[in-house]
Design a binder for this molecule. Structure first.
Ligand SMILES: Nc1ncnc2c1ncn2[C@@H]1O[C@H](COP(=O)(O)OP(=O)(O)OP(=O)(O)O)[C@@H](O)[C@H]1O
Length: 334
């Protein structure tokens, strides 16, 4: 099993811990088996997305990790520590949690909201203040401008950023996010996702994120866990592998007919997949840089109306791609 127990954080930020769910189960008193038996390992610093149809148990899995829901069976490890029976209140101070409508306290300022967990941990006023300002900066909100505002004085996207800052305030080793971007419109959402990826590159937390949006899963996830009813794990793979080789008919169906296009967006332009630059190539063939994706290349072909392009590295041609070759790259192997 390829699990890193802990990863060093960057400049001043502490570790991120791996998560190991071992045969966890949740059966409600009314007999509903929300999660029958699920085992899942998340590496330290990895961003894993849980996706699946409504009611399949995604939120239940997430809330079992911070014990907002008590598992009826199974074991949960954070790094090397078995936290199955650790006091849930203390556990939650090590685990950030971001939900759909953020759940900011409406009568507290942005600063006070972000300072919630440092307050519980009895940090000094000065340490808290420094940390809160640092986090507001990190999520792209000027502390001087936004620190004293109340949640109703913010846009949806800004509230969302405060939610993320609050969840990161006490340097949690794990961040759990339940549909964090679904309450904002698609344009704000795409921008938040992009900013969030930049933030994650900086803080490198272990993140488990629930979504029902496959594009979001593909864009954000290092790995994606596809669940079906009862928290059954259908496939756990990188976005490219999931789209390229769905492991079960359920996954095939779930990722849908347009997975070829989605797959192109996560397929790098590999030198090995390129065709030779034709000797008679006319010099005005469109170009795409080698560090782009197959999707970028297809977009160039479609907008230029040509059926071949040249791939360049530092401005020099290193190969060619025909439209057919590109479409083959998006074709599943199963
Ligand atoms: N308190 C409860 N008592 C009984 N059954 C419950 C309870 N909470 C959730 N369930 C059931 O457990 C199953 C899993 O719910 P869960 O909220 O984890 O699904 P989900 O995949 O997150 O769904 P969605 O995408 O719709 O949010 C559902 O069938 C739900 O009806």
């Amino acid at each position: 099993m390829d699990v890193t127990p802990e990863a060093p954080g960057v400049a001043g930020s502490p570790r991120a811990a791996s998560i190991s769910l071992q045969s966890i189960q949740k059966r409600y008193p009314n007999g509903t088996e929300a999660v029958r038996e699920l085992s899942l390992d998340v590496k330290a610093g990895e961003l894993v997305v849980l996706i699946g149809p409504s009611g399949c148990g995604k939120s239940t899995v997430l809330r079992m990790i911070n014990r907002l829901i008590e598992p009826t069976a199974g074991r949960i490890m954070l790094g090397d520590e078995d936290v199955t029976d650790v006091d849930p209140v203390r556990l939650r101070r090590r685990i950030g949690y971001v939900i759909q409508n953020v759940g900011l306290f409406p009568h507290q300022t942005v600063r006070a909201n972000v300072a919630t967990v440092p307050g519980l941990l009895r940090w000094s006023r000065e340490r808290t203040r420094t940390r809160v300002d640092e986090l507001l900066d990190l999520v792209g909100l000027d502390p001087a401008q936004f620190g004293g505002r109340y949640p109703h004085e913010l846009s949806g996207g800004q509230r969302q950023r405060v939610g993320v800052a609050r969840a990161l305030a006490a340097d949690p080793v794990v961040l759990l996010m339940d549909e964090p971007f679904s309450a904002v419109d698609p344009i704000v959402r795409a921008r938040l996702q992009e900013e969030f990826l930049r933030l994650q590159a900086e803080v490198r937390k272990t993140i488990v994120l629930v979504t029902h949006d496959l594009d979001e899963a593909v864009r954000l996830g290092d790995r994606i866990a596809v669940l079906s009813q009862g928290g059954q794990l259908e496939q756990y793979d990188t976005p490219a592998a999931l789209l390229g080789a769905p492991a079960t008919p359920f996954v095939s169906e779930f990722v849908g007919a347009d997975r070829g296009i989605r797959r192109l967006a996560v397929t790098p332009l590999d030198r090995g997949a390129l065709e030779p630059v034709p000797g008679d190539a006319d010099s005005d063939l469109p170009t795409v840089p080698l560090d782009g994706t197959a999707y970028d290349a297809l977009a160039v072909l479609l907008t230029s109306g040509r059926d071949r392009l040249v791939v360049t590295d530092a401005g020099r041609p290193v190969g060619a791609l025909s439209r057919q070759r590109l479409l083959d790259l998006g074709r599943p192997t199963s």
